[in-house]
Design a protein around this ligand. Structure first.
Ligand code: COA
Length: 163
């Protein structure tokens, strides 16, 4: 049987427990999940692409209940081209508040125009992770707030060192 491959893309600057919750659930849907770390220079990330990949790899290695093979890699071109290169059948996105919907709707529409054969699948973020974002985590940490609820201890150390 063909292996079902899914891509979960994002900037992951840094990866948070909200992302990890989506990754864990997405691992039930495919045989191989690729966490695609977008280089995304436009967002001016705090951490380098290599650091973001490494943080995601560490967190995923420590994740207890994975349901499929999960790998992490950087990409620096169009998501839909990247997904096709990887033979992915789907792109997985997390949906948080209603405000995510419009951007996701547009992005899914554009990606479908570029390649109809790759589906986008949405997982609703749970109540616990509805309001989290990497930017808020960075800002709160930089201003001395406690973000240990939102990121793993290894990411917390990196955040504190970067502050
Ligand atoms: N838990 C926690 N945080 C979450 C989350 C979840 N379940 N889902 C989203 N977020 C956060 C992210 O951390 C991010 O926070 P930030 O803006 O503070 O950094 C924010 O919500 C937005 O997330 P997302 O919409 O996934 O954006 P992103 O920057 O992480 O990823 C890409 C966007 C990389 C998927 C998109 O830019 C892309 O595909 N780029 C490649 C180029 C391309 O193909 N462009 C054409 C698109 S049609």
């Amino acid at each position: 049987m063909t292996k079902r491959i899914g891509i979960y893309p994002g900037t992951f600057d840094p990866i948070t427990k909200g992302h990890l919750h989506i990754i864990r659930r997405a691992s039930k849907l495919v045989d191989h999940l690729i966490v695609g770390v977008a280089v995304n220079a436009g967002k001016n990330p705090r951490f380098s692409a290599e650091e973001r990949v490494e943080m995601a790899e560490t967190d995923i290695a420590n994740m207890p209940d994975k349901h499929c093979e999960i790998t992490v890699e950087g990409f620096d071109h169009l998501l839909i081209h990247y997904a096709a290169e990887k033979n992915a059948s789907c792109i997985i996105r997390g949906l948080r508040a209603v405000s995510d919907f419009e951007y996701e709707f547009q992005m899914t529409g554009m990606n479908a125009k570029l390649n109809k054969s790759i589906e986008t699948v949405f997982l609703m973020a749970s109540d616990e992770w509805q309001f989290i974002s990497s930017s808020f985590v960075k800002e709160i940490c930089a201003l001395g707030g406690d973000v240990s609820e939102f990121v793993t201890p290894s990411v917390l150390t990196k955040l504190k060192n970067a502050a």
